[in-house]
Ligand binder design. Sequence first.
Ligand code: NAP
Length: 254
Amino acid sequence: MKNTAFSLKNKVAIITGSSKGIGEAIARYYAEAGAKVILSSRKQSDLDSLAAAYAEKGWEATAIACNTGKEEDVKQLVTQTVAKYGGIDIIVNNAGTNILQGDLIEADMGAFDKMMDINLKGPLWLSKYAHPYLKKSGKGVIIHISSIEGIMPSEGLGVYSLGKAALIMMTKVMAKEMGKDHIRVNAICPGYIQTKLTESIMQDPEEKAKIMQKQTLAHEAKPEDIAGLALLLAADTGAFFSGSIIRADGGFTL
Ligand SMILES: NC(=O)c1ccc[n+]([C@@H]2O[C@H](COP(=O)([O-])OP(=O)(O)OC[C@H]3O[C@@H](n4cnc5c(N)ncnc54)[C@H](OP(=O)(O)O)[C@@H]3O)[C@@H](O)[C@H]2O)c1
């Protein structure tokens, strides 16, 4: 008998920031598990190429561009998804940025607002506009991609840490509020994963050595190391997870 515990057959899943990195790996795992996947990021052409590659594998995917830092874009993402598939079962708030570095006290407030729009308000907007459909689904799922920086701040990443910490609290608040709607809300806190976002750190031998030294596992993490966890949280086998804040960091924060 086929094991269906991790099946997402016929589920409609929106994954923000899914043209590359962690979001793309999650979208790929979901599509392979049978979901109808909405690929979304700012560049329509990247998404179109990816959707074509998914179609070649026989996977169902639709490309909808959306800058999660713009409320109107996020609203459209929901409207277009529902127009195409009739509902929404799963959202993964993955899009995030780290454009502002340095001491928090010296942060430029314009850049601060832009980062919060993308890293914090974006997930709130998508959760808000998708909520009626997630409720209707009867088994709605929200996954926020936070970070270990939301738990244990590193030097120079203060604004990023603030946004990611707030996302952890948003997870807990939403899990409490939405349990009655049968919506499960969880957060993943990745450690260092090899993507474009961490390229400059991971390609610096000294910086990389520091990270590997802090991890208890000598494992160079790839986006797929997060995608498996995101599949567990979205599938029926994750039915008892809600309000969970899960670190996947190779022991970095111990
Ligand atoms: N990599 C890590 O070590 C790590 C650790 C902890 C947490 N995270 C979190 O994991 C998430 C994904 O990071 P990643 O490392 O996979 O990053 P990445 O490789 O740089 O990919 C980011 C994705 O998000 C999209 N994106 C960026 N800004 C966007 C916006 N305003 N609206 C919509 N899409 C946007 C990008 O496409 P476009 O640029 O074309 O829009 C791309 O598809 C982020 O929330 C990040 O904070 C990453």
